[in-house]
Structures are given as C-alpha cells and as structure tokens.
Design a binder for this molecule. Structure first.
Ligand SMILES: Nc1ncnc2c1ncn2[C@@H]1O[C@H](COP(=O)(O)OP(=O)(O)O)[C@@H](O)[C@H]1O
Ligand SMILES: [Mg+2]
Length: 272
C-alpha cells in the first residue's frame, strides 16, 4: 500500500477552457455596444457547462469568440489543445440546421473529416458509426430535404461529434425543434455524453434543459452580459429526461429561476 503522507498529490487538472476578462464591444452606427463585459469562465476537461441568460445578453457572442468565429475586444480565451494535433480544437452546432442540402446524410456527417483530409473509407466508416448510434443508418443516403427537422439536427450534432473535437460548442442546438422532438434529443444528448464525456459549452433558452444536461449552469446578466452566478448541478448521472421529475431538480430550478427570472424581467424592461 502506498503511504498517504509521502505520495505526492496529483496536480490539479488544468482547465480545458480559460476565459479571462472577456469583453466584446461592437461598433454600430448608434455607437459602441458592449455585448459582453469582463466575463470569466473556466471549463474543466470533460465538463458539460450550460449557459443561460436573457435574450441579447451575449451568449452567442461568447460562443462565437470561443469558436474563433469572432474576435474579442479585450481579455483572453485559451482552449488547451489535446495530444493529437490532428484533432480539431472545436466544432460548433448552431440552432439552424447547418446541413448541406446537396449532400446526402452520410456525406454531411463525414464532411468535417473530409475537410481534414481523412480518407474516404475511414470517414465513411466513422460517419456510419455515428449514424448507427443515433438510429439514422437507414437514412444514410437520403438528402436533408427528405428527413425531418429533428433528424437534420441529429445530423448536425453527429457531424460535430464525428470530427472528434477537443471541445464541443453548442448554441441552442434544440431551439428550433418542437417540444416532443426536443425531449427525444435531450435524452440522446445525455446518452451520447455518457459515452464520449466531451468537454461541452452549451447555450440554451431552456433552464430545464440546462439543469438536465449540465454539470454547471452559468447565469449571465442582461445586457451587457456578465457572469452573475454559477450553479453546480449535483444530480447524479446517468440522467434521463425523467430526472426532470425529481425533487432535487425542482429545487434547483426554483433556486436558479429566482435569479434568472429577475434578469429576464430586467432585460424586458430595458427593451421597453
Ligand atoms: N454583429 C453585431 N453587431 C452589433 N451588435 C451585435 C452584433 N452581434 C450581436 N450584437 C449585440 O450584442 C448583444 C449580444 O448579442 P448575442 O450574443 O447574440 O446575445 P444572445 O445570444 O445572448 O441572445 C446584443 O445586444 C446584440 O444586439
Ligand atoms: Mg444567441
């Protein structure tokens, strides 16, 4: 047995994402608009972090900066690369079905791999594997116009996963779906996350969804977006949509809504 006193402690794992004093100011015709103000957030490796906040508080702006699709005005964001330099740092899933209508389902799923120069046999094998995992194998050769919205969004999600990114960034990925399809995909996301344990930053309008999926829920303030509070979701995994019916879930929802509800009202008053 090892001696507990002399065994050196493992160093604390470095966060996968470090955001420091992130500020984003857009210049508009009406003058500068501060979208995010001094936002700090660390995300651990294999952590699922959900961000909620009133409309217009800068959630998408933050995610776009994180994805490298937009620049920050000041502060810094670092995403720690993995050991395999060929793996992409991030993949993004947006609310809109970002599928290419002229490509088949399987070609869509394999697209990121194709962009990275992965050979045809390997990329199709990976795509097939992911299609199977979400029950879409039968639709491999369909075109997006021939499948439902829920299926299209599944294709977007597994295309991002097939890429095997270091971090998965999702901006209201289920936001355009009807309530029932949304529940099915929430369950699917939970299942996939159990299998992959990806580092995820997930933006959602739905507080229930944030609590269901997240290890932490970050509440942002109304314009300009600042980090108001962080809530740890201490509900054990594996979770399913039934987790939403547990007393602890209701308790957390009440606790977070007490803060978020006020912010949403404040945002509405600012717009009025
Ligand atoms: N390209 C842009 N130019 C000017 N203002 C923008 C731009 N993108 C977003 N904004 C403003 O920044 C704020 C945050 O927007 P956004 O990040 O989309 O919020 P959220 O995703 O939380 O709804 C809003 O006030 C929005 O009007
Ligand atoms: Mg948004």
């Amino acid at each position: 047995m090892q001696d507990a006193v002399t065994t050196p402690k493992a160093p604390a794992a470095q966060p996968k994402i470090v955001s420091r004093n992130v500020t984003k100011i857009y210049s508009t015709l009406a003058g500068p608009v501060t979208a995010i103000d001094d936002f700090n957030l660390d995300v651990a490796e294999r952590e699922f972090v959900c961000i909620v906040g009133p409309s217009g508080c800068g959630k998408s702006t933050y995610l776009r900066i994180l994805a490298g699709l937009d620049t920050l005005s000041s502060g810094s964001i670092t995403v720690r690369p993995g050991v395999d330099p060929k793996k992409p740092l991030n993949s993004v899933v947006f609310q809109e079905y970002a599928v290419f209508p002229w490509k088949t389902v399987i070609e869509n799923v394999a697209f990121g791999l194709q962009m990275r120069g992965v050979g045809e046999a390997e990329r199709l094998a990976t795509a097939r594997h992911w299609l199977e995992r979400v029950g879409l194998s039968k639709f491999a050769n369909y075109y997006p116009s021939q499948i439902s919205g829920g299926m299209k969004q599944r294709v977007s999600i597994i295309r991002a996963l097939a890429n095997d990114p270091e971090v998965l960034l999702m901006d209201e990925p289920l936001g355009a779906l009807d309530a029932q399809t949304r529940i099915v995909l929430q369950d699917e996301l939970l299942r996939i996350w159990e299998e992959t344990h990806k580092t995820v930053v997930y933006i959602t309008h739905s507080l229930d969804e944030a609590i269901l999926l997240g290890d932490r829920v970050i509440v942002m303030s109304a314009h300009p977006g600042r980090l108001l509070e962080t809530f740890h979701v201490d509900i054990p995994r594996p979770r399913t949509v039934d987790t939403m019916n547990t007393p602890r879930f209701a308790e957390l929802r009440g606790e977070i809504w007490a803060l978020l509800g006020k912010e949403v009202t404040r945002a509405m008053e600012m717009q009025a």
